[in-house]
Unconditional design. Structure first.
Length: 312
């Protein structure tokens, strides 16, 4: 971790705290268990070629992890609680000042518990005076048929990164295109709110400022504040959100036959100002090899070596 670049590192970390906040529901994946202070980085893609190639001078390889246990997203008339979420990425900062490169783990950057839609399909579409929908409503006595889960998925590459906003509150840090996958046996497997062509554009910002601390630890994850080869910034306690995004209508629900029913009850499409996303008390970690002299030759390979030494 190069002391000369601390300001850049902290700014990048704050931005990805928000990045993790908005991607709050996804498919959980198994992760490697790591020792000690390495634990939050259990999915960091340390063996990706771009990460390994970082020389610590022209390119700096780092691991980022951001997690939260609770939050919510409101789309039109529907509010959905979010569960345990985890974002992890490898980040390569370039000495020439060009935008940082992002490297996702093999299973994807975002994993989390799925969120249940309150009321399930009954809450999404019922009651209704339309025969087709009312017929479905009468079938929803079985909890399996009624249950609807929502998964937020990436719908494009993040953009519009604002370094200054990462240090403050109330300013968008970046733009993240997403779509919401609604899953239910009667809705089918292709029911989405938003698409890759017309996504929900989330622009997260810090609502409250996180507290910052720095830890040093040995290559295997054991805390060593005096001589640890690794450094980790920890950002705790930040609430984040966005209340200015628009939401398009649903598509592909019940092979497209139920799109209008979902839209009518949910209040979609929904204009900017009627939707919001909130993530509570995020914890974000930012780790890389620590070198007080400001040089970390072969940093990418060291990062990988240290990570593997911490595997339980």
């Amino acid at each position: 971790m190069r002391s000369a670049s601390n300001r850049t590192r902290v700014g990048l970390l704050a931005a990805f705290t928000a990045f993790g906040a908005v991607f709050s529901t996804g498919s959980a994946a198994a992760a490697t268990q790591l020792n000690g202070d390495w634990a939050p980085f259990d999915r960091c893609p340390v063996d990706a070629p771009a990460m390994l190639a970082a020389d610590g001078v022209n390119d700096i390889a780092t691991c980022i992890s951001s997690a939260s246990l609770t939050g919510s997203i409101t789309l039109g008339k529907s509010k959905v609680p979010t569960g345990d979420s985890d974002l992890q990425l490898g980040v390569i900062q370039h000495g020439d000042g060009s935008p940082a490169s992002l490297v996702a783990p093999p299973e994807g950057a975002l994993v989390a518990d799925p969120a249940d839609i309150p009321g399930g399909l009954l809450g999404l579409m019922c009651p209704s005076g339309i025969p087709v929908v009312s017929g479905i409503c009468r079938q929803l006595t079985d909890s399996t048929l009624n249950r609807v889960t929502a998964t937020i998925e990436p719908a494009g590459a993040p953009r519009d990164f604002n370094m200054v906003a990462a240090f403050s509150t109330g300013e968008p840090i970046l733009t993240i295109p997403v779509r919401i996958h609604l899953k239910n046996p009667l809705l089918g497997d292709k029911c989405y709110i938003g698409t890759t062509a017309n996504p929900v554009l989330l622009k997260p910002q810090n609502v409250t400022a996180p507290t910052l601390s720095l830890q040093r630890f040995a290559a295997d994850g054991t805390r060593d504040e005096e001589a640890g080869e690794m450094g980790r910034y920890t950002f705790d306690g930040a609430d984040q959100g966005d209340a200015a995004f628009a939401v398009p209508g649903a598509s592909g629900c019940g092979a497209g036959l139920l799109d209008w029913a979902v839209n009518l009850k949910t209040g979609l499409p929904s204009a900017s100002g009627k939707n919001s996303v909130t993530l509570n008390d995020t914890s974000t970690y930012f780790g890389s090899p620590y070198d007080p002299a400001g040089l970390a030759p072969n940093e990418g390979r060291k990062l990988s070596q240290f990570w593997h030494s911490a595997v339980r």
